[in-house]
Write a protein that binds this ligand. Structure first.
Ligand code: HEC
Length: 150
């Protein structure tokens, strides 16, 4: 009797572990709540320049020297495949900073980490904040992938 209970306990654990694995890709934006959250991020941080639908026609963008890109054309401009890593790097923007290159596109990697760290002065909070910032950028880039025109 006792080891039947033990076996069913193990089975439950395996089930939880497996469903955890299945749930992983959802982080990138496939549950309804995630889609809503990432859409909100886009409307808050990207739409002012890139426009509500990402077509490069935001009100703030109109006043810039460099025209914000039409974010629905990235795949088209890249021979039909969405260059996930390059887009991630562009949004994160750290490479631009290191190279002392200037761009009117904000450095979101820096901004999101700053936001996630908040008022904390503890070094222990730095890494988790960086991870949360990275997840936000990943979700945004995954979202951009979904708005590509073929
Ligand atoms: C202050 C205006 C501004 C905001 C806000 C802004 N961008 Fe940009 N973005 C630009 C400009 C200008 C360019 C074109 C020049 C360049 O590539 O640096 C650009 C280019 C890009 C590109 C490159 C597109 C391509 O075809 O190569 C991506 C990707 C991008 N932005 C994503 C985003 C995302 C995601 C957000 C929100 C988190 C965002 N941008 C917010 C101004 C902005």
């Amino acid at each position: 009797m006792r080891h039947i209970r033990f076996i069913s306990l193990i089975a439950t654990c395996l089930c939880i572990a497996a469903s955890g694995l299945v749930a992983l890709p959802a982080i990138a934006g496939s549950t309804e709540a995630d889609v809503e959250a990432v859409t909100k991020e886009f409307q808050t941080y990207c739409a002012p320049c890139h426009g509500r639908e990402g077509r490069g026609d935001g009100a703030v963008g109109a006043g810039l020297d460099a025209r914000p890109a039409d974010l629905t054309q990235i795949t088209k401009h890249n021979g039909g495949t969405f260059p996930f890593e390059a887009v991630y790097a562009k949004v994160e923007g750290i490479d631009n900073m290191k190279a002392h290159r200037s761009s009117e596109m904000p450095v979101w990697g820096f901004w999101f980490v700053t936001q996630e760290v908040g008022d904390s002065t503890s070094l222990a909070d730095a890494k988790p904040a960086e991870d949360r910032a990275r997840r936000r950028i990943l979700a945004i880039v995954t979202f951009l992938k979904t708005i590509q025109e073929k």
